[in-house]
Design a protein around this ligand. Structure first.
Ligand code: HEC
Ligand code: HEC
Ligand code: HEC
Ligand code: HEC
Length: 161
C-alpha cells in the first residue's frame, strides 16, 4: 500500500516535470526586452496603426533578400527590437519592419499602465527626435538618402494614397 502510493507519487512527479519542461524551454528563448510589437498597440491607437501600416517602414523587411537577413548586418535597421533580440532572432525576427517601438521605444510598461488605466508620462517616448531616426537614416545605411527630420517626421503615420 505504502509502496503503491510512492509509485503514484513518483509518476505524478514525472508528469509534473514533463509538463514543466516546455515552460523551461520557453524561458531559455531570448528575452523580449520589453518589446511587444505593433499589434499590441492597435486596439488603442487604431488610427496611428492604420496609417503606419501603409508606410514603407511597415514593409522594410521585404526589401532584404533571404541571404541579407542572416546575421545582423542588414536586418538591424529593417526590423524592430533590442540589439540582443535582433541578433538572437536572426532571419526570423519577431517584429518585422520598422514598427512603433523602433521610434517610441519598448512599449511593455506603457501597455501595462494603459491597461490598468494608470498611465505615467514618460513610459513611452512621446515625440521621437532626430537622433532616433539617425540610428538608421545615416551613412551607416548602404542606401542612405539625405534625411530631413522636420520634413519627414510627419510622414511616419500618414496614409499613402
Ligand atoms: C490599453 C490601451 C493602450 C495600448 C495597448 C497602448 N496605448 Fe499608447 N496610450 C494610451 C493612452 C490612453 C494614452 C494617453 C493618451 C493621451 O494622453 O491623449 C497613450 C499615449 C501614448 C503616446 C503618447 C505619450 C505621451 O507622453 O503623451 C504614445 C507615443 C503611445 N501611447 C504609443 C503607444 C505604443 C507604441 C503602443 C504599443 C507598444 C501603445 N501606445 C499601446 C493607451 C494605450
Ligand atoms: C519611424 C518612427 C515612428 C514610427 C514607426 C511610429 N511613430 Fe508614432 N510618432 C513618431 C513621431 C516622430 C511622432 C511625433 C510626430 C509629430 O510631432 O509630428 C509620433 C507621434 C505619435 C503619437 C502622438 C503622441 C502625441 O500625443 O503627440 C502616437 C500616439 C504615436 N506616435 C503612436 C504610434 C504607434 C501606435 C505606432 C505604430 C503603429 C507608431 N507611432 C509608429 C515616430 C514614429
Ligand atoms: C530601425 C530603423 C529606422 C528608424 C529608427 C527610422 N527609420 Fe525611416 N526608414 C527605415 C528604412 C529601412 C526605410 C526604407 C524602407 C523601404 O524602402 O522599404 C525607411 C524609410 C523612411 C521614409 C520613406 C518612407 C516612405 O514611405 O516613402 C521616411 C519618410 C522615413 N523613413 C522617416 C523616418 C523618420 C522621420 C524617423 C524618425 C522619427 C525614422 N524614419 C526612423 C528605417 C528606419
Ligand atoms: C544603419 C541602418 C541600415 C542598415 C545597416 C541597412 N539599411 Fe537598408 N535602409 C536603411 C534606410 C534608412 C533606408 C531608407 C533609405 C534611406 O533614407 O537611407 C534603407 C533602404 C533600403 C532599401 C530600399 C532601397 C532604397 O534605395 O531605398 C534596400 C533594398 C535596403 N535598404 C537593403 C539593405 C541591405 C541589403 C543592407 C545590408 C547590406 C541594408 N539595407 C542595411 C537603413 C539601413
Amino acid at each position: 500500500m505504502y509502496r503503491k502510493s510512492l509509485a503514484i507519487l513518483g509518476s505524478a512527479l514525472a508528469l509534473l516535470a514533463f509538463t514543466l519542461t516546455p515552460m523551461r524551454a520557453a524561458q531559455s528563448s531570448p528575452p523580449s526586452d520589453g518589446y511587444v510589437g505593433a499589434d499590441a498597440c492597435k486596439s488603442c491607437h487604431g488610427s496611428h496603426y492604420d496609417a503606419w501600416n501603409s508606410t514603407k517602414h511597415q514593409k522594410a523587411l521585404g526589401k532584404l533578400q533571404a541571404a541579407e537577413r542572416e546575421g545582423d548586418k542588414c536586418i538591424r535597421c529593417h526590423v524592430t527590437g533590442s540589439p540582443d533580440m535582433i541578433k538572437a532572432d536572426g532571419a526570423k525576427p519577431r517584429f518585422p519592419g520598422v514598427q512603433c517601438e523602433s521610434c517610441h521605444g519598448a512599449g511593455a510598461t506603457h501597455v501595462d499602465q494603459a491597461k490598468a488605466k494608470s498611465i505615467v508620462k514618460g513610459a513611452i517616448v512621446k515625440t521621437p527626435d532626430g537622433d532616433v531616426c539617425a540610428r538608421c537614416h545615416s551613412e551607416a545605411s548602404p542606401h542612405y538618402k539625405p534625411f530631413f527630420y522636420d520634413a519627414m517626421k510627419g510622414l511616419v503615420h500618414t496614409i499613402k494614397k
